[in-house]
Design a protein around this ligand. Structure first.
Ligand code: F6P
Length: 554
């Protein structure tokens, strides 16, 4: 494994903590820690204009971070000593950087323009990508125009995507984000949880004759998805008089596994393929985005892909110190590894991005939740932080208290758009005023002197002081368009890459989800068996299983 790792990242063999820049950053952090953003801004009146970077219409204001020019210089040096550029090239070249699964990582090929060339095992995969896109386009047009009819001849009004993880979070996030552009005569729903409530609530008011299911699963073996898919099949057949022929009109599949799709009973002609070089959490712009395309139409889907591609090109070619994903990734490392911050708050001030934090949780935490380096040793430093968040302004009235006055350092990413999609009186100015106010309050706070000057009694002063010096990034774009969404998602994909590359971990496998899956498969028959099973778990698990068996309804 050591040899394989070395062929992937030739210069990345020196352990991270031994690199010059890492050590220099440790020393540098001691100097920066006591500095307040108030001082940094006071010393440099142009800081807010200077510490910004712009790419593809996205502005990143990083001036409210606890950094100086020297911090940037050292972080860039760290990325150079980590051979970041070489690692980026290796990904774009189709090298098998997901070496624990012997796979290339080429989600960037999903948005490469027709005519481009990207190789996996010497084969240009871009034509395959466009062949699937063409098939998706044809299908979407037929459903959207009403040409595709259900078994009884009725038009399809409801589309339900069944999938989980990357086969759900991308589609549902993108649908919510782009709802403004969606066909409002149709309903789009998303079923992921094996909890029967998810499926029951999704179909309770629907007519099977008007309902199309998209079964989305890379492997087509995932327990939750297959269970929901079978329930969907039963529900659909029950609503359509039990005629097996109806399945062809009401079910399509998105998968890499044609054999399992056929086994389930979906004709592989109605399967939209993708490839093992697309990770589940990087797949929303593959055929996994079929529900998105049906919702917003092929043109908007193309615009989404174009947005992704612009950010890919920026990531690949921009100098590191002006590279948005690189900068975001480096700041995350700065707080995670030097300030000991454990989380990052994602705060989109855009209601349509309400599922964006949930989407980013899988992207970031399934990718960088690793404690073993590519050479198989344990990391001596912290890796992936916890990502969490809610749209603003809602979060302000719930958890922001802790961000402002709690004992933890929580770096925040604020995301906002200059133009509203639903202009309504003063709403948008108020929304944006809150973005700017929050980042200002977090950075500069309110001193005891200021609080006293307001006439606050002495005993109340400490409670009303805002320490400030709480860092944030602000990402500002003009308008939430399909293109802007593509740029935003690619920005975070590549920020995740940057972090993983520097931490020397494999951001593209997810072995940590396996054990629970295997144990659940073992427990299912123990719950279902009529006879009392012989349990061989620990005493807690045995006890819980027994109690469940005694207390369940049937
Ligand atoms: O359990 C984790 C995972 O493998 C994710 O990585 C993936 O996105 C999800 O399950 C769903 O997998 P599939 O698309 O194969 O059903």
């Amino acid at each position: 494994m050591g040899t394989r790792a070395r062929t992937v990242t030739p210069q990345a063999v020196e352990p991270l903590a031994k690199r010059k820049a890492w050590k220099a950053l440790q020393v540098h952090h001691e100097k920066i820690r006591p500095l307040h953003l108030r001082e940094l801004f006071a010393k440099d009146p142009k800081r807010g204009e200077r510490m910004t970077a712009e790419a593809a219409g996205l502005l990143l204001d990083y001036s409210k971070n606890r950094i100086t020019d020297e911090t940037i210089r050292l972080l860039i040096q760290l990325s150079e000593e980590s051979a970041l550029k070489a690692q980026i090239e290796a990904m774009f070249r189709g090298d098998k950087i997901n070496f624990t699964e012997n796979r290339a990582v080429l989600h960037v090929a999903l948005r490469a323009p027709k005519g481009a060339s990207m190789l996996v095992d010497g084969e240009n995969v871009v034509p395959q990508v466009h062949a699937v896109l063409d098939k998706m386009t044809e299908f979407s047009d037929r459903v959207r125009s009403g040409q595709w009819r259900g078994h009884t001849g009725k038009r399809i009004r409801n589309v339900i995507n069944i999938g989980i993880g990357g086969s759900d979070l991308g589609p549902v996030m993108a649908y919510e984000a782009l709802r403004h552009y969606s066909d409002r005569t149709m309903n789009f729903r998303f079923v992921s949880n094996v909890d029967g409530t998810d499926f029951a609530e999704a179909v309770r008011d629907l007519d099977a004759a008007e309902t199309l299911f998209i079964i989305s699963s890379k492997t087509f073996t995932t327990l939750e998805t297959m269970t929901n898919a079978h329930s969907a099949r039963d529900w659909s057949l029950a609503g359509l008089g039990g005629d097996e022929k109806s399945v062809a009109k009401h079910f399509v599949a998105v998968s890499t596994n044609a054999q399992e799709v056929a086994k389930f009973g979906i004709d592989t002609a109605q399967m939209f393929g993708f490839w093992d070089w697309v990770g589940g959490r990087y797949s929303m712009d593959s055929a996994i985005g079929l529900s998105t395309m049906v919702a917003v139409g092929p043109e908007n889907f193309q615009a989404l892909l174009a947005g992704f591609h612009q950010m890919d090109e920026h990531f690949r070619t921009a100098p590191l110190d002006q590279n948005l994903p690189v900068l975001l990734g480096l700041f995350s490392i700065w707080y995670n590894d030097f300030f000991g911050a454990q989380t990052v708050a994602m705060l989109p001030y855009e209601q349509y991005l309400k599922r964006f934090p949930a989407y980013l949780q899988q992207l970031t935490m399934e990718s960088n939740g690793k404690h073993v380096t590519i050479s198989g040793s344990e990391t001596s430093y912290a890796t992936g932080p916890v990502y969490w968040g809610e749209p603003g302004t809602n979060g302000q009235h719930s958890f922001y208290q802790l961000i402002h006055q709690g004992t933890r350092l929580i770096p925040c990413d604020f995301i906002a758009f200059a133009q509203p999609l639903n202009p309504l009186g003063r709403h948008h100015d108020m929304l944006l005023a809150n973005v700017f106010a929050q980042t200002e309050a977090l950075a500069f706070g309110k001193t005891p002197e200021q609080v006293k000057a307001e006439g606050t009694p002495d005993w109340l002063v400490p409670h009303r002081v805002f320490e400030g010096n709480r860092p944030s990034n602000t990402i500002l774009a003009d308008r939430l368009t399909p293109e802007a969404l593509g740029k935003l998602v690619a920005l975070y994909e590549h920020s995740v890459f940057t972090q993983g590359a520097i931490w020397q971990i494999n951001s593209f496998d997810q072995w940590g989800v396996e054990l629970g899956k295997v144990l659940a498969q073992r427990i299912i028959p123990e719950l279902e068996s009529k006879a009392e099973p012989t349990l061989r778990h620990d005493s807690s698990t045995n006890n819980l299983i027994r109690r469940y068996r005694r207390r369940r309804t049937s």
